[in-house]
Design a protein around this ligand. Structure first.
Ligand code: NAG
Length: 229
């Protein structure tokens, strides 16, 4: 039975030389201000990695600049990689993803349709994978939501925005009400409000996922598009 469920959970369908992913998975949320790992040229199968930004979150910096989450690093996630609602049932956003458990750069910049299955049933998010994480389990999507908790990397938001050392709100989970979004810099507040609006403050909802062609709404912000995917 377990093997059967595992087979359903990760159905890998070979299309040409690329393998498209689909299955069922879990979510968490975070915003750690760090340069996403798919912003390193070495990690992406394209000449244009995910944009990374200087302290203001809008000025693009060279992909070789060290992450603000490392000592003396000065590059951060760009502000526009926060989620937004298209309408009541569809939203766009960005995630750190792991299909295998652990760091998984092979899927940098692929897009996924996440269909919520328990909380938020009837809603979907189309997301681009911009990051990886050694703290992620299999088929785990960590959705970038400002004020959603900084997680294991505490240096980013404190050096970029002078946030409290363990981030806004709880280190894991972040702020706990829409009103607390006011603690964040103005540039990040829309994405924080998204959590208490469209996202209904859902606490790590489960999803079914399938790989989809990246919509230009996502690639135009991230700067990363790989037509092979
Ligand atoms: C939401 O927007 C998508 C994309 O434009 C569209 O396909 C869908 O029908 C819309 N849903 C509603 C409920 O308006």
């Amino acid at each position: 039975m377990k093997a059967f469920l595992a087979a359903i959970a990760l159905c890998v369908l070979a299309i040409g030389s690329e393998a498209k992913v689909s299955g069922s998975g879990t979510t968490t949320r975070y915003w750690d201000c760090c340069k996403p790992s798919c912003s390193w040229k070495e990690n992406v199968a394209t000449s244009t990695p995910v944009n990374s930004c200087s302290k203001d979150g809008t000025t693009k910096v060279d992909p070789s600049v060290t992450s603000g989450c490392d000592s003396d690093g000065t590059s951060y996630v760009c502000n526009n990689l926060q989620p937004w609602a298209v309408n009541d049932t569809l939203a766009y956003g960005y995630v750190a993803a792991s299909f295998t458990g652990g760091v998984d750069n092979s899927k940098c910049c692929v897009c996924l349709k996440l269909t919520f299955t328990n909380a938020l049933a009837g809603k979907t998010m189309i997301v681009q994978n911009v990051n990886t994480g050694g703290d992620l389990s299999s088929n785990h999507f960590d959705i970038q939501i400002p004020g959603g908790g900084v997680g294991i990397f505490t240096r980013g938001c404190s050096t970029q925005w002078n946030a409290p050392q363990s981030g806004w709100g709880q280190q894991y989970g972040g702020v706990s009400s829409d009103a607390e979004c006011s603690q964040l810099p103005e540039e990040l507040q829309a994405g924080c409000h998204f959590r208490f609006g469209w996202y209904q403050n859902a606490d790590n909802p489960n999803v079914n996922f399938e790989q989809v062609t990246c919509p230009k709404e996502l690639t135009s912000r991230s700067g990363c598009a790989n037509n092979n995917f």
